[in-house]
Design a protein around this ligand. Structure first.
Ligand code: ADP
Length: 616
């Protein structure tokens, strides 16, 4: 039987595959998780840090735009530090600390500030990152000639003298609400009211421009208030002197700091000044700065650092990311543990069954295990079953053998004992006839014991053979001669015939024993007038010796049993007329020891042929 297990069925390969799978799963999951969560976390934390920074900047810029100094900024700085978890330090442009969110030793300021806070020169990119509405100025910028709000980098929240007092503010609000109601009634336009940093209401009509319509006539809303007019006049003055200095013709400023040229005036130069460049915008922006300077906080530097002074950014994983990592790790653990448990159970179940079966066997009970699959364990189970079966057969054989041996020895022994007791009691005369009978019984006992020993030796594979070249024709003649006397007494004719010269390498004594056994059986089972023939021939590379008789024959059902130990067709037959019941088993063993075989064919009433086949 082939003992190699195909690779795809091999337990080793399967165990290896499971462990590789488990490792690959865990490594892949860990790698994926680490890469993903780290990337996501860093992106989130970075984004958050940036948004936080921009928001801080924007809030402080708003403060600076609305206050002439930094003295009252302590509270707002504290609040920002609390919200963002960072240290917020504001210094002058010469890095002299103005406000610090953390008390204790002054922060070692980094080489570069996070931003410069100057509402008159603001960082529009940073302000945009904060998500503030700075870039959506309050003015109606559709005039196209000028756009003041953000392109001049002045924070729209810096309103300075344009800040409306409560009274004006209220008046404008009433006017705006009326206008909104009018627009709704007259045009069905929904207008929302927003308020500019100076407190002026602005109507948002989402693109519709029904301002000039007579149905919603011009009101106080379309004119500058007294405060605005005053501030605008002051600004106009500054712009005029600037333009004059630069030899530029005058312009007229609007309330939203756009401008229109004074009709008839010819610009001295740069006639095609765009809305974003040129002398006029420069003058307007410069004048506005000049006008606003006393109202806004002086420029300052903003330093954002992590608390405790460490300026490097530290990314802590958010609770969601930590939960995700823990979740995926738990899932991987669950999968790997399940796979391992399944593989382990599949492995250990048949092993446990085998252990149980071995225990049963030890207790002398019949044991079999279920054979599943064709892997190593499946084969082990099959081998175990075969071994258990063989062991049971041998055990049965052993028991039967002991019984048979006892039975075979008891009969001649009790005969001897009976006669000897009778002689002792004077009931039988120990005459030569009795002695001869006792001797015959003793010889029978001797034969059974010799035969048993032969079989035991053969069973143990310890038959000693003395092989030599044998002339088969001679051997047949010798056997026939030895049995001729008995045959003649039984009225049976003995014939021998050999096809040509046949030679064998065999143990001549054992060979004579085998053939003699077959001949004595044949003579014994052939009625007077019958014939027993000894025929030798070549068949392929073998020498075949047939011992054929014209006797009673053997029933087909009994034929395979004649080679069993102690088996006889006629169970009741007297031992004197029969043998020990070991003749044929011994003959077969001897044939096998020579590398040959012994078989039988028979027809009831016609005779039997025993065929001894030996390699030449
Ligand atoms: P025994 O010593 O009883 O002859 P064997 O092993 O030689 O034992 O033979 C077993 C049985 O096989 C015999 O008892 C007999 O019943 C049967 N047998 C053997 N040879 C023949 C034969 N030539 N013709 C009929 N029966 C036979």
């Amino acid at each position: 039987m082939r003992t190699d297990v195909p690779l795809h069925r091999s337990l080793l390969v399967r165990v290896l595959a499971v462990s590789v799978l488990v490792s690959v799963c865990s490594i892949a999951a860990t790698a994926w998780l680490t890469a993903r969560s780290t990337t996501v976390a860093i992106r989130q934390e970075q984004g958050q840090a940036l948004t936080d920074d921009a928001r801080t900047y924007d809030t402080l810029l708003g403060y600076a735009a609305a206050h002439p100094g930094w003295d009252g900024a302590g509270k707002i700085v504290q609040q920002l530090a609390r919200e963002t978890g960072r240290r917020v330090t504001i210094t002058t442009e010469q890095r002299v600390p103005l406000v610090d969110s953390d008390t204790g030793p002054p922060a070692t300021l980094p080489a570069r500030p996070t931003a410069s806070i100057d509402p008159l020169h603001m960082d529009t990119a940073l302000a945009a990152a904060s998500g503030s509405s700075l870039t959506t100025g309050y003015s109606d910028a559709s005039q196209g000639e000028a756009m003041a709000a953000v392109t001049d980098h002045i924070d729209p929240r810096a309103v300075g003298p344009f800040l409306l007092p409560r009274k004006e503010r209220d008046a404008l609000r009433v006017a705006a609400e009326r206008r909104a109601a009018c627009l709704r009634d007259a045009f069905g336009t929904v207008a929302t009211i927003a308020y500019s940093p100076s407190g002026r209401p602005v109507l948002d009509t989402r693109g519709a421009r029904p301002y000039s319509d007579t149905r919603c006539p011009s009101t106080v809303l379309d004119r500058p208030t007294a405060t605005e007019a005053k501030a605008l006049a002051a600004l106009q003055k500054l712009v005029d002197s600037c333009l004059e200095r630069r030899h530029e013709s005058n312009v007229r400023l609007n309330l939203d700091f756009s401008w229109t040229r004074v009709p008839g005036a010819v610009p001295a130069q740069a006639a095609d000044d765009g809305p974003r460049g040129g002398v006029v915008p420069e003058c307007v922006a410069g004048s506005r700065r000049e006008q606003l300077t006393p109202y806004v906080a002086p420029p300052a530097l903003l330093f954002l650092s992590s608390r405790g002074g460490d300026t490097s950014t530290v990314f802590d994983l958010s609770p969601e990311n930590q939960a995700r990592i823990a979740g995926v790790a738990a899932l991987v653990l669950l999968i790997t543990v399940t796979a391992s448990v399944m593989a382990g159970t599949r492995l250990s179940r048949p092993l446990r069954a085998l252990t149980d079966a071995v225990r049963q066997m030890e207790e002398g009970r019949a044991a079999r295990v279920e054979v599943k699959g064709k892997d190593e364990i499946g084969r082990l189970a099959a081998a175990f079953n075969a071994m258990a079966e063989r062991r049971e057969r041998l055990e049965e054989l052993r028991k039967a053998m002991v019984g048979d041996v006892a039975h075979e020895l008891r009969t001649p022994l009790s005969n001897i004992r009976g006669w000897l007791e009778a002689a002792q009691d004077g009931l039988a005369d120990p005459d030569p006839e009795l002695v001869a009978s006792l001797l015959e019984e003793a010889l029978l006992l001797q034969r059974v014991i010799d035969d048993l020993q032969d079989l035991a030796v053969a069973d143990a594979g310890e038959l000693r053979m003395h092989t030599e070249p044998v002339d088969v024709a001679d051997l047949l003649t010798q056997v026939a001669t030895a049995h001729r006397g008995g045959a003649e007494a039984a009225g049976v004719t003995l014939l021998t015939k050999a096809d040509g010269r046949l030679h064998l390498v065999a143990d001549p004594v054992r060979l004579r024993q085998m053939v003699g056994n077959l001949v004595s059986n044949a003579v014994r089972h052939t009625p007077p007038g019958g014939t027993v023939s000894l025929l030798a021939r070549h068949d392929g590379g073998d020498v075949v010796i047939d011992v054929a008789d014209t006797g009673s024959g053997i029933a087909p059902g009994d034929l395979p049993l004649v080679f069993e130990r102690f088996w006889r067709v006629e169970k009741s037959r007297s031992r004197r007329s029969g043998g020990s019941g070991l003749g044929l088993p011994i003959a077969r063993k001897l044939a096998e020891a020579h590398g040959g075989s012994l078989s039988a064919t028979s027809v009831v009433g016609e005779g039997s042929t025993f065929t001894l086949r030996l390699p030449a």
